[in-house]
Design a protein around this ligand. Structure first.
Ligand code: ASP
Ligand code: MG
Length: 422
């Protein structure tokens, strides 16, 4: 039979009762004949609590000690799940990051996985022992505990799946799959059977919070088949092996799945909204070579990711306005950096707006079709929604709008692209 890596999020691990549910789901996979490894998150809210302790202890905390503290949440749930499985008569043991080991670089608090030594893990799995691995944590070249950035357990799960050559990585979460858009905004949103890595990457980076973005790029690189499915299932629910959730697959696999299906591929796969965007306008920047570089170099040096950029047509006197967006959490820092560079940049005024949202439509289908963007602009215009900035990629069109119009825009676009469920 196969080898499956299962991952459970914080909501599924929050308390003894829920961990018992998780253990039942894990045992069922083993009974289906699979070798099983489980990656777990800390209990919901626990990592936030630990982060607060670090801040209280020392506002300028050392990231290496921060990692020691925040990695503990997953150590607790991994041990508890192993204990619970043992109580149900299963063979199980926990493997902390340094015990596997899961080698990372030394970028504490946002470390990257470099390699996983899977020999001991696979031997134990082959012997019928369930391997329980705390997500989010690894070990640095210097032998110190590291963490992979918030939401990093998804990445741990995909990395483990790649290392043990798993047939599938099942990510159990509090939604039962990936939807055409947030079902809390659009009641007619539909669950997708399949979505490609690239689409998922775009959706994850523009506000769909189902998976950590980095886990998706890793899955794409390593070719790990990922399924997103619900952890709140009844005993008579369809088995994970029947793929009840959303499968994240390559373009080629998707083409194979859709071969012979009558239905034509949807032009748009999903719509995402991101309210964590802010806008900065610099007015009357000198219209000369190097001007834009002077603006963005200090931001890049401070690790601030700029997203949409518009440089308006030069007005008279060789001046131009430059508008761009960035994560709201970086707005204050960016503003300070730019004000400090007012002289060299030579702008007149700095205007900020935190009340903006980015709406993105995503789909590999748009590669071969014209008119996707114009449908979007027309649909928004018909509802009087003003577009403040636009950016595109091969499989995505994003617009920046007033944050208050987010829900309306998503609903209108969901209908315009024919995504509403019957
Ligand atoms: N517990 C960590 C967090 O809350 C990692 C995770 O759950 O994915 O960010
Ligand atoms: Mg998560």
């Amino acid at each position: 039979m196969g080898r499956i890596v299962m991952k459970f999020g914080g909501t599924s691990m929050a308390g003894t009762e829920r961990i018992r549910r998780v253990a039942t789901i894990v045992r069922r996979q083993q009974e289906a004949g699979h070798e099983v490894a489980v990656v777990v998150s800390a209990m919901a809210g626990e990592t936030d609590r630990l982060v607060t302790f670090c801040r209280e202890a020392n506002a300028l905390y050392d990231p290496a000690e921060y990692d020691v503290v925040v990695a503990s949440g997953e150590q607790v749930t991994a041990g508890l799940l192993a204990l619970t499985l043992q109580g149900m008569g299963c063979k199980a043991r926990s493997w902390l990051g340094w015990q596997v080991p899961i080698q990372t670089d030394d970028a504490h608090a946002k470390a990257r996985v470099e390699s996983i030594d899977s020999a001991a893990l696979t031997a134990s799995m082959a012997a019928g022992e369930i391997a329980v691995i705390p997500g989010f944590q690894g070990v640095s070249p210097a032998g110190r505990v590291t963490t992979l950035g918030r939401g990093g357990s998804d990445t741990s799960a995909v990395a483990v799946a790649a290392a043990v050559n798993a047939d599938r990585c099942d990510i159990y979460t509090d939604v039962d799959g990936v939807y055409t858009t947030d079902p809390r905004i659009v009641a007619k949103a539909r669950k997708l059977k399949n979505v490609t890595y690239e689409e998922m990457l775009e959706l994850a980076s523009v506000g769909s919070k189902v998976l950590q973005t980095r886990s998706v790029s890793l899955a794409m690189k390593a070719g790990v088949r990922v399924q997103v499915l619900s952890s709140f299932i009844d005993d008579d629910a369809p088995a994970a092996d029947t793929l009840p959730g959303t499968m994240i697959v390559s373009d080629e696999e998707l083409a194979k799945i859709q071969e012979g299906l009558e239905m034509e591929r949807q032009l748009i796969t999903g719509i995402a909204a991101d309210k964590n965007e802010a806008k900065i306008i610099l007015t009357r920047v000198p219209d000369r070579p190097g001007a834009v570089a002077t603006i963005f170099s200090p931001l890049a040096a401070a690790n601030i990711n700029v997203d949409m950029i518009i440089q308006n047509v030069g007005r008279d006197k060789g001046e131009t306005d430059v508008t761009f967006t960035l994560p709201s959490s970086d707005l204050v820092r960016a503003q300070a950096l730019l004000e400090a560079q007012k002289e060299p940049i030579g702008f007149h005024r700095l205007i900020t707006d935190g009340k903006v949202a980015k709406i993105s439509v995503v789909g590999v289908g748009m590669r071969s079709h014209a008119g996707v963007a114009s449908t979007m602009f027309r649909a928004l215009a018909d509802r009087g929604i003003n577009i403040q900035a636009i950016s595109t990629s091969e499989i995505k069109v994003s617009v920046l709008i007033d944050e208050d119009e987010t829900e309306l825009a998503v609903r209108v676009l969901h209908t315009a692209y024919g995504l509403d469920a019957e």
